[in-house]
Design a protein around this ligand. Structure first.
Ligand code: HEM
Length: 315
């Protein structure tokens, strides 16, 4: 954005058809921390080198750091709202917290671009990290989620996307940064497919084929879209999502990789509480009767300039 004083990483990107999500943990030891710091200055050049080879491939990479990793790698100051992923839940419904020090969100039109960049980035990190989760996501026809509904419709765009995702004056040392929460969900597709289309539509809050919001008179207050709609002082607070389906039919694995960016973790945490606990408690998201969160982590995404400058930190 031309008027932005501090350029963010590629948080608000055009929609792409492929993505790789990598969560890694740091290997303890000063030499490994030094490797990761030095790597921070190399990321942009690697994205350029790989991306240049396919014009129109829209290759990008966002790097995020977990709270403990931030302190180990870079010391103070600490991004104001960076903390460990907060668990939410009641009964069997749990938004679990899982380990994660480093997140790579790699997007491109074609998987070969994502694959090559992931290979280069992980190769340079070498023994300094252990990859604990890697998901290759694909765009499913006309933006369908794994559960068959169009996903991403109500995302903010243009200026609104920037305003809802990029830190400004509220934390000046980290302006141009963002927060990101990821969760890997696995679906019970047999159970979901046994529901009628009308029952599924009431769970999501939108029509399945045409992706139109259900009329308020029939949309349940526990629908996914109701529980994830937040208002503060009469104004809607949005987040930016770029979920991707993934899976392996041979293993019976059908999943959604949830990824949400915001300028504070608070709205995403509020949505998770509404979904898992309910608003009011008990009035929870029925999508969770067919979806289980198996990972959950929160990361801070420094601005592009800060990411490069982090290479020089000496905590
Ligand atoms: C099982 C994983 C999930 C699936 C399959 C899923 C799917 C969907 C679908 C199909 C829509 C409707 C179209 C749209 O506006 O994008 C939607 C909306 C939305 N979802 Fe999710 N979602 C999942 C998890 C989450 C989580 C964990 C959050 C937040 C913590 C979230 C936040 C939202 C928001 C903010 C909207 C837009 C609501 C509106 O303004 O109407 N979703 N999701």
């Amino acid at each position: 954005m031309p008027n932005d004083p501090i350029e963010p990483q590629a948080v608000y990107q055009p929609i792409t058809r492929s993505a790789i999500f990598i969560v890694a943990t740091l290997t303890p030891g000063a030499e490994h921390a030094a490797t990761v710091r030095a790597w921070c200055a190399d990321v942009a050049a690697l994205v350029r080198s790989v991306g240049k080879r396919v014009p129109g491939g829209n290759l990008s990479c966002v790097c995020g750091f977990g709270t403990d990793a931030w302190d180990t790698l870079f010391g103070g100051p600490h991004p104001a709202s960076l903390h460990a992923f907060r668990e939410f839940g009641a009964g069997d419904r749990r938004a679990v917290a899982t380990r994660g020090d480093l997140l790579l969100h790699i997007r491109a039109e074609h998987m070969d671009l994502c694959f090559e960049l992931a290979t280069q980035l992980i190769g340079r990190l070498g023994a300094a990290v252990t990859v604990v989760d890697e998901v290759h996501g694909f765009r499913y026809f006309d933006m369908r989620s794994m559960v068959g509904f169009v996903d991403g419709t109500e995302n903010p765009v243009d200026r609104e996307a920037v305003d809802f995702t990029i830190i400004g004056d509220e934390d000046l040392s980290f302006a141009g940064g963002s927060y990101v929460i990821v969760q890997k969900y696995l679906h019970d597709m047999t159970g979901w497919n046994e529901l009628s289309v009308e029952a599924q539509e009431r769970i999501i809050g939108r029509t399945k084929l045409s992706d139109i919001e259900l009329d308020e008179s029939i949309k349940p207050t526990c629908s996914h879209s109701s529980l994830t709609t937040l208002e503060e002082d009469g104004k809607e607070v949005k987040i930016l999502r770029d979920n991707m389906p993934f899976g392996s039919p041979g293993k019976g694995e059908f999943g959604t990789y949830f990824i949400g960016y915001a300028r504070s973790p608070a709205p995403i945490e509020q949505m998770l509480e509404n979904m898992f606990v309910g608003r009011p408690p008990g009035n929870y998201d029925r999508l969770l009767d067919y979806s289980k969160a198996v990972t959950g982590s929160l990361f801070f995404v420094p601005s592009q300039a800060l990411l490069e400058a982090l290479a020089e930190r000496n905590p």
